[in-house]
Design a protein around this ligand. Structure first.
Ligand SMILES: CC(C)(COP(=O)(O)OP(=O)(O)OC[C@H]1O[C@@H](n2cnc3c(N)ncnc32)[C@H](O)[C@@H]1OP(=O)(O)O)[C@@H](O)C(=O)NCCC(=O)NCCS
Length: 215
């Protein structure tokens, strides 16, 4: 359905592994969204919709598309280090690296990298992969001491691209994660209480109201 081709057993296995790896991953941003939405006792369609909105952001599930764009922009193995230096000089983030929890290489990235290699062995190599490996090496030299290593999105895009489903990275991620979001929905309902965090206001008190046209 993703590329209008019948997969062989190997491709089916690769895709299955990807879906399993992405299915659930504790309290990430989209799962948190799903739980907050679930806690209002709305329906599962609304829960999944709110989680998808969160997943699509480039700091979350949208990162793998940005990784592919970045590898295309780098264009050659020789350009990896000049590209990285320019990005770091402008304080830009390198997509597919860093994680709030993992301060080592994301274990899912290691599995996806192996899958990517198997895919390239079977279907033919991809320059983007050589660029990615060099980028991982260069980033670990420059940012490894700050715990910034490849996350799940770094190699997943390469796998999906080789499987010819380029524009569907976030939907594929969502297909997998629906299982986790709905498991959290059921768990939330077992002891539900609506999420209602407090906030700490640190601004000025007793400010006069100024009509919008006078501001
Ligand atoms: C995933 C991510 C959002 C985690 O964020 P976080 O733990 O809150 O970390 P922060 O965004 O606060 O960054 C902490 C520091 O590390 C740096 N950093 C984090 N990820 C970085 C990256 N990918 N490239 C360069 N620097 C990075 C930040 O610039 C910041 O530096 P500073 O302290 O000098 O300001 C973050 O690493 C990121 O934006 N990565 C790129 C997007 C991505 O791949 N997302 C998919 C996640 S699975």
């Amino acid at each position: 359905m993703l590329n209008e081709k019948e997969p062989d057993d190997f491709l089916a296995h690769v895709f299955d592994t990807c879906l399993t790896l992405h299915a659930e991953h504790t309290m990430n941003a989209s799962t948190f969204s799903a739980r907050v939405t679930a806690s209002t006792l709305t329906d599962p369609y609304a829960i999944v919709a709110s989680a998808v909105g969160t997943l699509a952001g480039p700091l979350h599930g949208g990162a793998n598309e940005e990784v592919i764009e970045m590898l295309d922009e780098i264009g050659s193995v020789e350009n990896v280090r000049p590209f990285l230096d320019a990005k770091l000089a402008s304080k830009s983030k390198i997509m597919g690296f860093g994680h709030r929890v993992y301060k080592v290489k994301d274990p899912r990235a290691a599995i996806l990298q192996r899958l990517a290699e198997q895919l390239f062995d079977k279907l033919g190599g991809d320059l983007s992969y050589d660029i990615a490996v060099e980028l991982e090496q260069a980033v670990s030299e420059k940012l490894g001491d700050r715990g910034i290593y490849p996350n799940v999105d770094f190699y997943s895009g390469l796998v999906y691209k080789r499987m010819e489903s380029t524009d569907l990275f976030t939907p594929i991620f969502a297909i997998a994660r629906v299982a986790g979001w709905l498991a959290h929905w059921k768990e939330q309902l077992e002891t539900n209480r609506i999420y209602r965090p407090t906030q700490v206001y640190i601004g000025e008190h007793d400010r006069p109201y100024i009509p919008a046209e006078n501001r």
